[in-house]
Write a protein that binds this ligand. Structure first.
Ligand SMILES: Cc1ncc(COP(=O)(O)O)c(C=O)c1O
Length: 431
């Protein structure tokens, strides 16, 4: 199977972490997202231990919680010793409600509102990752009013194209995020930031993109960032305390894609960073990284009940399921690849090539095309694998479809971690 936590049992049903997906679908209803708790923890711990081993004891991975933000995942991040990356007051609120120590958080985003800044300062956020100068000015002003001196990292764009999908490239010069090194704006921004009285400029940050399978773009990023620090040490006497290299490690969604070995990737990047730091003669900063997708994606699958099939001779076949872009908009947004299987009949011959369509009133509401399955019947359970990242967090109530329930398979049994939305939830803000 695609990942080691997936298997097929004696009833020819798909299992995740040993749990029968068809039984889960019957017990909890569909659409249902099923998480594998042990795999989440081991993904988190892999980053914690590899970073400490290769970058040094004070290095920390920050879980990029935009991938899947919920109280349960913030609790696991806390248990395993991760920091968190948050992008909004909503994510901050969720982490706070989970009891997360917010001093271990980075507040990101290219437009922090005044309300975000105040809320983050009130709650002792660890670092602001500042995207632009107007934001920097506002943080400085609000910090002065509140008598605080927040830690700031400047988000830079190192001008790297990691050859991944265009919509998830975030470190190129013309990207909406960050301040470009290439145009000298990063130097001007740092010079300016260092004049501010109410912030502590502690470091720099970059995130070059997502779903990256090669180590080279990360090494290039490290080289450019350390080169910038060396330059800034000479020109501005800037001593960088924190170098945050962002996230972006790729995840295997379909056969043919590799499984990244986190430990060996981090060991490579660390060698590169240390070497560059030594060459430049600057002091070694604390290293942060921000994995999101590679923490949660392969720990989850989504179960749907098949409504029926539609065959259009000479054209294509459709299979309709009881969810869709309302719980997983990634195919509609990016054409993302997924592995799909008929969880209730894993051993049956696959002879039906089809498009898996959601139930939303939108012809673009597709989950995957050109999927080969046993011909499904109404009531069969269909599974979409590797749905932990940017699925639930991008879910919506389009067509007033309730968001699915999320359950976790744990050592002590199955538990609900997010309740299925009710119709009452959907209208709760309607007046
Ligand atoms: C600033 C930042 N850090 C980390 C991440 C996480 O990236 P990934 O989920 O690919 O690891 C993102 C994703 O967009 C990001 O914008």
């Amino acid at each position: 199977m695609l990942h080691t936590n997936l298997s097929v049992n004696e009833n020819n049903h798909l299992t995740i972490a040993g749990a029968d997906t068809v039984s889960l679908a019957r017990e909890y209803g569909t659409p249902l997202m099923v998480l594998d708790e042990e795999r989440i923890k081991s993904n988190m711990l892999a980053y914690v231990s590899a970073m400490k081993k290769h970058f040094g004891d004070n290095a920390t991975p920050f879980y990029a919680s935009k991938a899947f933000s919920c109280k349960y995942l913030y609790r696991l991040a806390s248990e395993t010793g991760m920091g968190i990356d948050i992008v909004s007051s909503g994510e901050l609120y969720t982490a706070k409600a989970a009891g997360f120590d917010l001093s271990l958080s980075c507040f990101h985003g290219n437009n922090k509102t005044d309300a975000d800044i105040v809320y983050a300062l009130e709650n002792g956020v660890g670092h602001f990752v500042v995207d632009n100068l107007s934001e920097l000015d506002r943080i400085d002003e609000i910090a002065a009013e509140m008598g605080k001196t927040p830690s700031v990292l400047l988000r830079l764009s190192p001008g790297i194209d990691p050859h991944t999908f265009a919509a998830v490239v975030t470190g190129s010069v013309d990207c909406k995020f960050g301040i470009a090194i290439e145009t000298s704006q990063a130097e001007e921004a740092l010079r300016y930031a260092l004049t501010k009285k109410n912030i502590s400029v502690d470091g720099i940050h970059a995130h070059i993109g997502s779903q990256i399978f090669d180590v080279e773009p990360f090494c290039d990023e490290a080289k450019i960032m350390v080169g910038f620090l060396s330059d800034m040490k000479k020109k501005l006497c800037f001593d960088c305390k924190i170098l945050n290299l962002g996230g972006g490690f790729g995840v295997k969604y379909v056969e043919g894609q590799p499984n990244i070995n986190v430990e060996s990737f981090i060991s490579e990047i660390a060698k590169y960073v240390k070497n560059e730091v030594e060459k430049c003669g600057i002091s070694y900063p604390k290293i942060y990284m921000e994995p999101g997708r590679s923490i949660v994606a392969d720990t989850c699958l989504t179960l749907y009940t098949v409504g029926g099939t539609k065959e259009i001779p000479g054209f294509k076949n459709y299979v309709s399921v009881d969810g869709g872009m309302s719980d997983n908009p990634r195919y509609a947004l990016y054409g993302s690849e997924y592995t799909v299987c008929l969880a209730s009949r894993m051993a049956d011959e696959k002879s039906f090539t089809c498009t898996v369509a959601g139930r939303c009133c939108e012809s673009g509401d597709l989950i995957q095309e050109n999927v080969l399955l046993p011909k499904p019947n109404r009531g069969d359970i269909l599974a979409v694998l590797v749905t932990g990242a940017y699925n639930y967090s991008m879910a919506s109530n389009y067509n007033r479809i309730p968001r699915p329930a999320v359950v976790a398979v744990t050592k002590d049994g199955v538990k609900t971690v997010i309740r299925r939305e009710s119709f009452e939830d959907i209208i709760k803000n309607d007046l």
